[in-house]
Design a binder for this molecule. Structure first.
Ligand code: SF4
Length: 304
């Protein structure tokens, strides 16, 4: 299946019921991590939206490690956003600085990426991009226990996550998703910054013509558009949850056709064409670690 055929087929599907699923889950867009989680247990991903996610101490530790790594590369804009436009400006500015860092130092971290899959708004945050052999490589970092076996089942959602980032970047480079799309979808104009935020930007010495959400997001897209060639080698780096040291890494090959088929599958759920899929029988050991087991989900519940 080619990418264009996917677009034709799936844009029809969006019209028959796509937005209903997002609405039911209280969402306005799909996150790249939602897509990744569909490859662990799609039912669990859905239930998390319906019944709430728990912020665990492991998630907090993962966030800490990510922030420490980001600080190694550049200092984020410390001004607090007040308005929606302030927030979008801050994100665009940080992304712009990150992309400059990739071009100048060969590495950037914590980069937000945006796109659209058949009318659905998609966004995510890439952990790291690095220049390898003259090409941009996308790297996803995962915190885990050093003793964990990196099986295919365990790494499957991580692979989907990094492949989705690569697809979104490819769409931007190929001008399938442009600054005009982004500004329209996110409602960005040259207005909306709060006075306090503007004053802080002026104090930082940012030129007046760039103190405007539309222009800053344009600058971010100029940097996206001029990225060097994207590598088809993608990497997942596993980092020890306690020491923060890398313990292993997996390299995978990005194949557009394979991605097209996977996207077609995940959209079946978002389009409302099928129910969320629980795990298959061979993987029902995952249920023992799921907070919905025996309560909101009894697919594999044995009553014990
Ligand atoms: S109990 Fe099992 S099938 Fe049900 S949501 Fe949890 S992991 Fe998925």
């Amino acid at each position: 299946m080619t990418r264009d055929r996917r677009s034709d087929k799936l844009s029809v599907c969006v019209q028959v019921g796509g937005s209903g699923v997002l609405k039911r889950l209280g969402k306005s867009s799909i996150l790249v991590t939602d897509i990744a989680n569909q490859y662990w247990c799609e039912r669990q991903m859905e239930l998390n939206y319906l019944y709430g996610k728990k912020y665990t101490k492991f998630m907090a530790r993962g966030k800490q490690l990510h922030e420490a790594l980001q600080d190694e590369v550049y200092v984020p804009l410390t001004i607090e956003p007040v308005s929606y436009e302030d927030f979008m400006y801050k994100t665009a500015y940080e992304n712009y600085r990150s992309l400059l860092s990739l071009k100048q130092k060969g590495i950037c971290r914590e980069l937000r990426v945006y796109g659209s899959i058949n009318g659905y708004r998609i966004s995510g945050q890439i952990d790291e991009m690095k220049m390898v052999d003259g090409k941009v490589r996308v790297i996803e970092r995962k915190t885990t226990e050093a003793s964990r076996k990196l099986t295919e089942v365990y790494s499957r959602p991580h692979k989907m996550q990094v492949m989705t980032y690569r697809m979104l970047l490819g769409d931007i480079k190929a001008k399938k998703y442009t600054h005009a799309n982004f500004a329209r979808i996110y409602g960005l104009t040259d207005e909306g910054l709060s006075d306090v935020f503007k004053r802080e930007l002026q104090a930082m010495g940012i030129k007046d013509e760039l103190i405007n959400p539309y222009m800053m997001s344009k600058k971010m897209f100029d940097e996206f558009d001029t990225l060097p060639e994207l590598s088809d080698r993608l990497e997942i780096a596993y980092v020890d949850r306690f020491s923060g040291k890398q313990i292993s890494s997996i390299e995978i090959e990005y194949k557009e056709d394979e991605m097209t088929d996977r996207v077609s599958h995940i959209l079946g759920f978002w389009n409302g064409e099928r129910e969320s899929a629980p795990v298959v029988e061979e993987e029902n050991w995952k249920c023992k670690f799921c907070k919905f087991y025996g309560s909101e989900c009894k697919v594999w519940w044995t009553g014990k």
